[in-house]
Design a protein around this ligand. Structure first.
Ligand SMILES: NC(=O)c1ccc[n+]([C@@H]2O[C@H](COP(=O)([O-])OP(=O)(O)OC[C@H]3O[C@@H](n4cnc5c(N)ncnc54)[C@H](O)[C@@H]3O)[C@@H](O)[C@H]2O)c1
Length: 332
């Protein structure tokens, strides 16, 4: 069976993807520096799958240690989740983001080259699209223009790096997955998003408000040209997202493939609050504040390319995500 090295595998999306990969019989090792995750995730994965992935506490920026990992085993594929993702922090401290995300990926690609590993699946983001004329984003749209923060720039730069490496090496195979807005967690409630960093995204903030760690949710703008005035995004259940990665592996071929992973449906901030209230049986405290710089009114995926080529589409809803979030919160 194929051996996969998963960078950032103890993190939110990585851990959910590992569960799907283990369920398919892949052999998994993780590289993570535990900057934004906890080692106890491994126990939870074992509890869910009956199998424990290998683990190396290594920082991708440490080239020597990273190379040692590649020397121990011949990997068929790398899934690259490791990266910093707090948009606001990236504006405050851009070099930290370029150094970690871009620098770490350069090291990773060098180690792959030195150890003859030719396949990589990369966690990109819908943020690479910047702002387009329509709210429905598809893979043919231009990228790299109008990105409003250094975090998004690092995703765009890494995408370009992967295309350049593929140009230089005819055996190199990359899949770039552009995530929309991942939410929810494994239905067991055993693992989920538990950021050490300051969350910028709606769901982690909702979770912190519901636990009393933040007083109230700030809704950034209720005067957008959307039906209820709040911003609209495409919230994809992380288990669906994880399954998208498994589907992508089977389609890999030399060159670079790019897919949106989203539901194709937009949900407003007020609709998200309402769905959370229903699942929790309580009213989440919130207040409307001014728009946040760089936020778009409405953005959702055109996921038809992934459906056609990967045979993958989402099956879970925002309601499922809220139910699973509640079981995770109740377990914390
Ligand atoms: N969660 C989202 O909303 C979202 C959306 C689009 C794209 N993404 C991307 O998906 C990937 C995974 O996101 P996530 O939500 O699971 O984040 P996460 O923070 O939960 O997981 C990332 C993991 O990478 C590790 N890491 C960071 N820098 C590292 C380094 N230099 N060396 C080793 N390990 C390192 C962290 O400790 C963490 O465990 C990231 O690349 C992120 O940018 C996330």
């Amino acid at each position: 069976m194929e051996k996969i090295l998963v960078t950032g595998g103890t993190g939110y999306i990585g851990s959910h993807t590992i569960i799907e990969l283990l369920n398919k019989g892949y052999e998994i090792d993780i590289v993570d520096n535990l900057y934004n995750s906890k080692i106890t995730v491994l126990d939870k994965i074992e509890q869910i799958c009956g199998e424990r992935p290998g683990f190396y506490q290594v920082d991708l920026r440490d080239k020597e240690e990273l190379n040692d990992v590649f020397k121990r085993k011949k990997y068929n594929l790398v899934m690259h989740f490791a990266g910093l993702k707090a948009v606001g922090e990236s504006v405050e401290n851009p070099l930290k983001y370029y150094e970690n995300n871009v620098g770490g990926t350069v090291n990773l690609l060098e180690s792959m080259e030195e150890n003859d590993v030719k396949k990589i699946v990369f966690s990109s983001s819908a943020t690479v699209y910047g702002e387009q004329d329509t709210p429905r984003y598809d893979e043919s749209m231009p990228t790299g223009m109008g990105i409003t923060n250094p975090y998004g720039e690092t995703k765009h730069i890494i995408e370009e790096m992967l295309k350049d490496v593929a140009e230089s090496d005819s055996e190199f195979q990359a899949v770039i997955l552009r995530y929309f807005n991942p939410v929810g967690n494994h239905p067991s409630g055993l693992i989920g998003e538990d950021p050490n960093d300051i969350p910028n995204n709606l769901m982690p903030i909702i979770m912190k408000v519901s636990r009393g760690e933040i007083k109230e949710l700030s809704v950034y703008g209720d005067d957008y040209p959307t039906p209820d005035g709040s911003g609209i995004r495409d919230y994809i259940h992380v288990v669906d997202l994880a399954k998208g990665h498994v589907a992508a592996i089977d389609r890999m071929k030399p060159g670079v493939l790019i897919y949106n992973l989203g539901t194709g449906k937009g949900t407003s901030v007020f609709e998200m609050i309402e769905a959370f209230d229903k699942a929790s049986g309580k009213k989440l405290p919130y207040k409307v504040v001014g728009r946040r710089a760089g936020d778009l009114a409405e953005m959702y995926a055109d996921p038809s390319k992934a459906e056609k080529e990967l045979g993958w589409k989402t099956e879970l809803t925002v309601e499922d995500a809220m139910r699973d979030t509640m079981s995770y919160l109740n377990n914390l």
